[in-house]
Design a protein around this ligand. Structure first.
Ligand SMILES: [Fe+2]
Ligand SMILES: [Fe+2]
Length: 174
């Protein structure tokens, strides 16, 4: 089965429509951090980068009178739930291995606990990698969602990350 690349994901209309809502630059930086953490945690880098790239795809735009309403967002947000489903649909359409698509969707579902009742989640290593990568790119006041990146720079970064992942996958047994 041919690997579904980050570039395949980025170029799909579902990603083009939704990934920019919470910032394409944040999605790419999170994927880069996830690659590094995947090596530290001995997690499949292919799953880590795709889950990280797609982790915020479920965002809705909480605008009120032209600007983002943070309290409305806090009150009503389910972006991790929505994102898990949206990413799963996109990956299956691209021909992703269904076992991988499920693991990626779960890592997206659990990348934040901000929408869950208080309690401690027991995260699996892949889920931990995605949550850590997201935090690593976080900036005060949610500024990480507003960083910008050009289309050509995005493609360049995703292609080089794809090459790094493929280099590691050739060395992995599973
Ligand atoms: Fe998020
Ligand atoms: Fe995020």
């Amino acid at each position: 089965m041919k690997r579904v690349t980050l570039l395949d994901v980025y170029q799909h209309p579902i990603a083009q429509k939704y990934i920019t809502r919470s910032g394409l630059a944040h999605a790419i930086s999170t994927a880069q951090y996830a690659f590094d953490y995947s090596q530290e945690f001995d997690v499949n880098p292919d799953l880590a980068v795709k889950a990280a790239f797609l982790h915020d795809i479920g965002h809705y735009t909480w605008y009120k009178n032209g600007s983002w309403d943070y309290s409305l967002y806090k009150q009503n947000d389910i972006h991790a739930i929505k994102g898990a489903e949206r990413a799963h649909k996109l990956l299956i359409r691209l021909g992703e291995n269904p076992v991988f698509a499920k693991k990626i969707a779960l890592a997206i579902l659990l990348h934040t606990d901000s929408y869950l009742p208080d309690g401690n989640l027991q995260l699996e290593p892949l889920q931990e990698v995605v949550a850590l990568a997201d935090k690593a790119d976080e900036e005060p006041g949610g500024k990480h969602h507003y960083k910008t990146i050009s289309n050509s720079e995005a493609i360049f970064k995703l292609e080089s990350l794809d090459k790094k992942v493929e280099g590691k996958l050739n060395l992995r047994i599973s």
